[in-house]
Design a binder for this molecule. Structure first.
Ligand code: GLU
Length: 431
């Protein structure tokens, strides 16, 4: 039921609608960096394509006795710097092009923070909200089994992403381990701490965003104290970032989930939200502010805007109306290349996803190291080591932006793409 295809160099990529296809956006970002770096055209060509793509169509027994076939993917973009690393998302909108883009972004992200991984991503087309716990377990175990031929602690290491969580990582670890006949915790990160997960991994992406935000405002001679923050997305990234922003003294004035949100210029008490949300858990119903849509949130007059939901939220259509002083990308790919140009021309600073949300994969790296050594660290140590890596990476990207007179995304790409290109060149093309 599975096909493993090595992408041939002659493959002509189908590139749908301008600005909306995340893979096309990722290729545009790479093109810009390649031009600046005067990258060898052959090397540029290598980096455009995922190294391998696995598509699986697999059956799952549903609770009502019927059988449904689901489609899943695991795409490895590049492994020049180490085994591939990247999350798995469960989403009705997952597509091969989305997963290709996300895999490529993982390659740059790992290179920018200089951890020894390449990039990969996986996804299953499904709506996790419509699946029971048992259905989710059967789907996860079958998907894990189908892609297990390319997984492994030394080859490809998944983690959570949109629609997945530590429990799902536990099932993946167990499924892989059962087939191997021994427990192999390092095959996946973002696991519960009880089975080899790392302290601090669950909060790492949100905490990393606040750390990067602190560095960015410090450069402007400011602090997070009293800063007005709007956060789109209230999952593992946006929800935890909101809590930590509040702890850091910032004023979270707007939050939203997929259905809607609230705006209160006086600030929203984030810990109260959970108690006040409606029965079905919709954020817009918490009553802590004026109801707004997720799109309206993006246009509020704030200091920091954190798009932490999905791709393609800030586009050429609304970039002219963004009133935030700074955009810090919590999600992967929330801003299109056309919108990047508009924000830059309007003097709005943007800290790109590949740097801003890297805290997650940095602590995944720590989890993998701890699993390989069977030696576990305290939370304070994890946080301190993560922040050290993020602060150093921020400083490198910021210095590149200033010395070259370019924006932060391009600066991050110049560092990340160059590290991957150098690794590829030094290793040479096999055979
Ligand atoms: N899915 C997360 C990301 O996009 C985490 C990946 C990982 O920890 O491997 O960065």
């Amino acid at each position: 039921m599975s096909t493993l295809t090595q992408t041939p160099m002659s493959l002509s990529l189908p590139l749908p609608i301008e600005g909306i296809n995340p893979y096309q956006n990722a290729l545009k970002q790479l093109d810009t960096a390649a031009r600046y770096l005067e990258l060898d055209p052959g090397l540029h060509e290598v980096l455009k394509y995922p190294q391998s793509e696995l598509t699986v169509n697999f059956p799952v027994k549903m609770d009502n006795g019927t059988t449904r076939v689901f489609t899943g993917y695991r795409v490895k973009h590049n492994t020049s710097r180490g085994p591939s690393k990247g999350g798995i998302r469960y989403s009705p909108n997952a597509s091969i092009d989305e997963i290709r883009a996300l895999a490529m972004w993982m390659t740059w992200k790992c290179a920018i923070v200089n951890i020894p991984f390449g990039g990969a991503k996986g996804g299953v087309i499904c709506d996790p909200r419509e699946l029971s716990m048992n259905e989710k377990e059967r789907l996860t175990r079958r998907y894990a089994s189908e892609i297990s031929i390319i997984l492994g602690p030394n080859t490809d290491i998944p983690a959570p992403d949109m629609g997945t969580n530590p429990q799902i990582m536990a099932w993946i670890m167990d499924t892989y381990s059962m087939a191997q006949g021994r427990t192999i915790p390092a095959v996946v990160t973002g696991k519960p701490v009880a089975i080899g997960g790392s302290e601090g991994r669950n909060e790492a992406t949100g905490r990393g965003i606040v750390c990067i935000a602190r560095e960015a405002v410090k450069e402007m001679g400011l602090s997070l104290m009293g800063m007005k923050v709007a956060i789109q997305g209230f999952g593992n990234v946006g929800g935890i970032a909101a809590l930590i922003f509040q702890e850091a003294g910032a004023k979270v004035v707007a939050v939203s989930d997929a259905f809607g949100g609230v705006y209160n210029p006086a600030g929203i008490d984030i810990p109260s939200i959970k108690h006040l949300m409606g029965q079905d858990g919709k954020l817009g119903e918490c009553g802590l502010g004026e109801r707004i849509t997720p799109k309206q949130l993006l246009e509020l007059p704030v200091d920091l805007l954190i798009p932490a939901a999905i791709e393609n939220q800030i586009t050429a259509e609304n970039a002219g109306r963004i009133r935030a002083k700074m955009v810090i990308e919590g999600a992967n790919g929330p801003t299109t290349p056309d919108a990047d140009v508009i924000l830059r021309d309007r003097g709005i600073i943007l800290i790109p996803d590949v740097l801003a949300n890297a805290g997650g994969v940095v602590v995944s790296y720590f989890e993998w190291v701890q699993d390989l050594q069977f030696f576990f660290w305290q939370e304070a140590e994890v946080i301190a080591k993560m922040e050290a890596i993020l602060i150093r990476s921020y400083a490198e990207v910021s210095k590149m932006a200033q010395t070259q007179g370019i924006d932060m995304r391009l600066a991050a790409y110049l560092i990340g793409v160059k590290r991957v290109a150098d690794a590829t060149t030094i290793r040479g093309i096999y055979p």
